[in-house]
Write a protein that binds this ligand. Sequence first.
Ligand code: AVJ
Length: 322
Amino acid sequence: MKNTDVKFHDLAPQANDFHADVIKGLSNQPRMIPPKYFYDKRGSELFDAICEQQEYYPTRTEISLLQYYAREIAERIGPDCILVELGSGASEKARLLFDALKPTGYMGIDISKEFLLDATKKLSRDYPWLEVHAVCADFSQVLEIPKHYQEQQHIAFYPGSSIGNFDPDEAVIFMEQIAEMVGPEGKLLIGVDLKKDEDILNAAYNDAAGITAEFNLNLLDRLRNELGAEFEDGAFMHEAFYNGSDGRIEMHLVSTKNTALTIDGKTFRFHLGDSIHTENTYKYSLDEFEALARRAGFDVEQVWTDRKDLFSVQLLAVSNRP
Ligand code: AVJ
């Protein structure tokens, strides 16, 4: 492979059906819209701004862990691996590992084709020794790692604690698929947000500058601009709270009055305080996550945490237990 060539694999993922998912989600009880719809251009910008907020500790803590422990992580994994990043975006976190890890190849998997091609081209330019692959796919698609990489160990990389968006049972299924993808000698390097003082959790999703509120409310702008939804300005407000019995932050859009939202002649009525559930983000203790990983067929090989035990980066190995 030449210097800055990126090998492109198009698995032609099914485009999201925003309209159908919203109608379905608002017709159910409780009403729910999947969190993947937060991330249009504005939503992605707002998410980046969230990551800069003092209260939002996950991103900066994970970045510090990857920077600080890059060498240890690399030693644990060993040389010449194939690093496969799920939802690679700008590949910023993978970059933190390359100098220490020296993988043979990097495969960035992302659903957003233009962004993926742009990011992987830059990567290939910055790391001329690295064989870079861009895979346009969604997580439900089975990824085959190129045959000529059979000698190399396959390491899935799933930073960002996005595993928290899955219900635990779904997380197990997802991680089983990852185990299948990396094979019996493979590993998973994953960022997992931890249970902690509820005040810290609540503050992280209710930043004082109101960026998370804007991020949540941006979904309503999308309904209006893209689906022609009609509703009163100010009819909904941001709400985020830690639900201790389920171990998760919940985000909702809560009606501030008795009101209605109409899409395509379909009217959804809300009483004061009724909600549209927009996100769950599960938090785990180390023991809970270890149990979850085992259910999915992984052993926890090593865990790196910050001094305050806010966040963890974990290396899981596909288990050889029967
Ligand atoms: C991208 C899912 C990890 O759950 O913390 C941030 C998304 N939502 N603030 C998270 C999010 C509100 C974020 N994840």
